[in-house]
Design a protein around this ligand. Structure first.
Ligand code: TRP
Ligand code: ZN
Length: 878
């Protein structure tokens, strides 16, 4: 490691701030490279902090335009020190005082996209987690809450739109073609929720009347000419506002709610108070430019950011270790919203697919960390699937354990006790302990112990007494820094199916109402008085985020796939059965044999297709085999991605051959010539039709190419066009490049749509793909400066092309290492994200593992790495 190891921050070392800032008055003069930010801070010593200590304000790559003024008097040079990282005032007064600071910025040079930067025709900001210190010197930590008044000034032509947090209070014209606007945010907030936008943008307006009858002006600002693509986002916003009132009793609290879509953004979106800033990918949609998946993503992210207004903004985090306090809870809330808007079981299946594909893999590798980490070198690296998605699972378990009513009461306690404050996980959990009169101390282990718990279920049957005994055993694997684990509280929803496929009434000890709470390493549960051996359906709805093994036979699994009253477990049973075949098949392939098949799986497919009552969206999920990542994760070590690919495509072909007739009927029966509508029902039918197409074309022969090309050509919306192109992309026939060329011609100049074009080419499972990706990097549709382009091409290649990223010759790893080294100085956050592709490098077979290690070591040996990249390579190689 050439570069210095970044210093660690520890949860155990938390101290309250020594000073508080009650009021912030900002005056921002947007003027290119002469942009000036003047801040007047009302500061006072914190009675809970240390007294007589220097005042240290954080900074990052900023400089003062002149000496600070304390209570209107210029500080003498001896009274303070300024560095790009801090402004230290040696002996501030022991009473309240004001401090005036002016910094000079050049937003166009800010390539990190943190702080104040330029995106297209706009100036915009991103302050979470530690970006405010790139705008002005400040006590940049979430437990310092202030009210803000912000004056923005800019050229009227260049920036007719001037926005900040809170309510608009004043605006006016100035000489020299300039103008200004003043915003006032009455709600105290930490500086990471500050935002400002200035630019020439189009706008879509609407309004919402809250439960108590207050009128809220809604606006979504987008690039000129894209206004008609913002209507779905607006609709999703209004539904989110209503849902939060209906389900959580949360009312909006300002006169306006603004959203701005920008095209250069490091993440998905940001919940700044009253002024959400979005990656335009999560705002803009039309039937011709966005897929059903994009619409679903927009709905979820709009809801997520809106819900943060209460879970994150009104109640924020004491420190960044508590990040899951707002993120896990808000993901839980947006998942519940989607479940209510669409199909609950289908939403659950897709959330669990995502959790397993990313979080489970993270939890099993070098980047594993608790939902609430206790140490970090770079907080940006903890916006992870563990904090977000596992964080949401923990809340869902809490609800399962104490019941819906107690859960809602606990949320009421949380909102009323902590409103306007910065809270901790302990304070949050105490609300639910009080609401349910339960001791939740063991439950807190979900926040502190990393790793995915493993639960083994075995059973025995006593024919004479009609007793079914279920034995459960839990283990939590070792993770970095945590060798010894304690047993966790694991809520397992379950049912017992009788021979007719119906649920039996459950009356066993400790197991009423279909929920078993496993809170010891090992426990047995007996069910007496049964007429015949039941079939166990356990972890229904995926009530606990655990890895489950059972002694269910394949026939039991097919029985569950057909009859389980829980649709999630119907899906799970088929996945488990398929995974068992696939894993045997991978071993067969590695032994030089042909991929394996199981006719019973094909029969299960056939009977699912024949089910007249099944929801098309659910059927689409049932017919989708476990992914290559699913198979690799299940195998766990000595992973050979080529063998996995061969086993999977082999099984897919065999299944498709068996149900060919039924698939063809399904495919034909689902055509829809009507106008496009993004609603869940129509989307479900398109998803099923795409799944059928994918299976029919599994042969990847001439006929497949023709059919996929016809599907692509006949499409009257982006969803169908993309499903045709996705299938074609796996078929090495002339139609493939013909379709890619046609797609480019149709959508030239539309960057967001071309991202799909880049991604599909990046995930082709063929040896030529790396060269194709290299060529595309020189294409006019690509830019290394835009995070969406980088993620679409390079991110997709690294994260979603298992055979080519993990090429046996190591060329995929070397390529990614070069990119990370090149991008790191410009945008460390995006560079570090790409490194996530190494999250399971140690699980690879020895040849690939060695080459991955070599690439990681080459990054580690690079000079002047950012804390973001350096932290990840240190952990990857530890
Ligand atoms: N708080 C944001 C969310 O969950 C996440 C986020 C947006 C973010 N932009 C960021 C986090 C930049 C770190 C850096 O919606
Ligand atoms: Zn969030």
């Amino acid at each position: 490691m050439r570069s210095e190891e970044p210093r660690s921050v520890r949860l155990s070392e938390y101290r309250p701030p020594d000073y508080l800032i009650d009021q912030v008055d900002l005056d921002v003069v947007l003027d290119g490279d002469k942009t000036l930010v003047t801040s007047v801070l009302e500061i006072r010593p914190n009675p809970e902090g240390r007294s007589n200590v220097p005042l240290v304000l954080d900074g990052d790559e900023i400089t003062l335009a002149g000496p600070p003024l304390l209570d209107n008097d210029e500080l003498t040079p001896e009274a303070y020190v300024e560095t790009p990282q801090a402004l230290r005032i040696h002996m501030p007064p022991k009473r309240a005082f004001s401090l005036k600071i002016t910094t000079k910025l050049d937003p166009a040079k800010n390539t990190k996209l943190m702080g104040l930067y330029r995106s297209g025709a706009a100036y915009c900001t991103q302050c979470e987690a530690e970006g405010f210190r790139r705008i002005t010197y400040f006590i940049d930590r979430p437990d310092v809450l202030s009210t803000y008044r912000v004056r923005i000034e800019a050229g009227r032509k260049e920036a007719p739109v001037l926005l900040s947090n809170g309510n608009p209070v004043e605006a006016g014209l100035l000489p020299n073609g300039r103008h200004y606007a003043v915003w006032d945010d009455p709600w105290p907030k930490p500086c990471y929720l500050f935002a400002l936008v200035g630019g020439d943008l189009g706008v879509v307006r609407d309004s919402f009347v809250t439960v108590s009858g207050r009128h809220v002006g809604l606006a979504i600002y987008v690039e000129h000419g894209k206004e008609d693509r913002a209507s779905y986002a607006m609709d999703a916003l209004k539904r989110s506002m209503k849902w939060d009132e209906d389900v959580f009793g949360r009312e909006y609290d300002l006169q306006v709610f603004n959203i701005v879509a920008v095209s250069d953004f490091n993440m998905g979106a940001m919940e700044n108070k009253g002024l959400n800033v979005f990656n335009d990918k999560y705002v803009l949609a039309s039937g011709d430019t966005a897929t059903d998946g994009d619409y679903a993503g927009i709905e979820a992210v709009i809801a997520h950011e809106y819900f943060h207004n209460w879970t994150g903004n009104r109640i924020t985090c004491r420190d960044w270790f508590q990040l899951c306090l707002k993120e896990g809870l808000t993901v839980f809330r947006d998942q519940e919203f989607t479940a209510d808007m669409r199909s609950r079981p289908v939403e659950r299946i897709s959330d669990v697919r995502g959790l397993r594909a990313i979080q489970f893999v993270e939890d099993a590798g070098p980047f594993a960390h608790p939902v609430r980490p206790d140490t970090y070198r770079e907080i940006n690296n903890f916006y992870t699937a563990t904090v977000y998605e596992k964080g949401a699972e923990v809340i869902r378990m809490l609800q399962a354990l104490i019941g819906r009513d107690a859960f809602r009461l606990g949320m009421e306690f949380y909102f009323s006790r902590h409103d306007g404050r910065a809270a901790t996980i302990e304070e949050f959990i105490a609300c639910f302990a009080d609401a349910s009169a339960t001791d939740l101390s063991q439950f807190l282990l979900w926040y502190s112990q990393a790793g995915t718990p493993e639960v083994a279920a075995t059973s025995s049957w006593d024919e004479d007494t009609g007793t079914y005994t279920l034995n459960l055993l839990q283990t939590v694997p070792k993770t970095p820094g945590q060798d010894i684990k304690k047993p966790m509280v694991i809520p397992l929803a379950f049912g017992l199916l009788g021979m007719d496929g119906e649920d039996l009434p459950i009356g066993g000890d400790n197991a009423e109402s279909g929920l078993i709470v496993l809170n010891k390493a090992e426990h047995s549960f007996a069910f007496r008085g049964l007429n015949s051996r039941p079939v166990l359906s356990i972890n229904r709805t995926f009530s606990a985020p655990v890895k489950l093994t059972t002694d269910l036979t394949e026939n039991d699994l097919f029985f569950l796939a057909r009859y389980d009253s829980d649709p999630f477990n119907r899906w799970q049973a088929l996945q488990t059965a398929a995974l068992r075949v696939l894993i045997r098949s991978v071993h067969a392939v590695r032994g030089g044999n042909r991929p394996l098949n199981d006719p019973r799986l094909a029969e299960a497919f056939a009977s699912a297709i024949a089910d007249p009552e099944i929801d098309p969206a659910l059927l689409a999920q049932l017919l989708a085999l476990p992914s290559e990542t699913d198979i690799a994760r299940e195998i766990g070590n000595d992973v050979d991605p080529d063998a996995i690919y061969a086993a999977r495509i082999g099984l897919k072909r065999a299944l498709a051959r068996f149900v060919r007739g039924a698939l063809a009927d399904l495919y034909r029966g689902l055509v829809n010539d009507g106008p496009y509508s993004p609603d869940a029902r129509a989307a479900g039918r398109r998803a099923l039709r795409a799944t059928a197409l994918d299976l029919i074309c599994a042969e990847q022969d001439d006929a497949s190419a023709m059919l996929a090309f016809a599907h692509y050509s006949a499409a009257n919306n982006m969803t169908d066009r993309m499903s045709g192109l996705a299938v074609l992309s796996g078929i090495d026939r002339p139609e493939r490049d013909q379709a890619f060329a046609d797609f480019y011609k149709r959508h030239k100049g539309d960057a967001l749509v071309l991202d799909k074009w880049l991604s599909l080419q990046a995930v082709i499972p063929e040896a030529g793909t790396l060269d194709r990706v290299r060529r595309l990097m020189k294409h006019e549709a690509f830019s290394m400066a835009n995070p969406n382009r980088v993620r679409a091409l390079i991110g997709a290649f690294a994260a979603s092309n298992p055979t080519q990223f993990n090429r046996a010759d190591g060329a995929g790893f070397d390529f990614l290492a070069d990119i990370v080294i090149d991008l790191d100085p410009k945008n460390p956050q995006v560079a570090a994200r790409l490194l996530g592709a190494f999250r399971s490098w140690r699980a690879l077979e020895p040849g690939r593992r060695g080459r991955a290690e070599f690439a990681l070591k080459r990054i580690a040996a690079t000079d002047k790495l950012s804390p973001d990249v350096s932290d990840l390579v240190i952990r990857a190689l530890a």
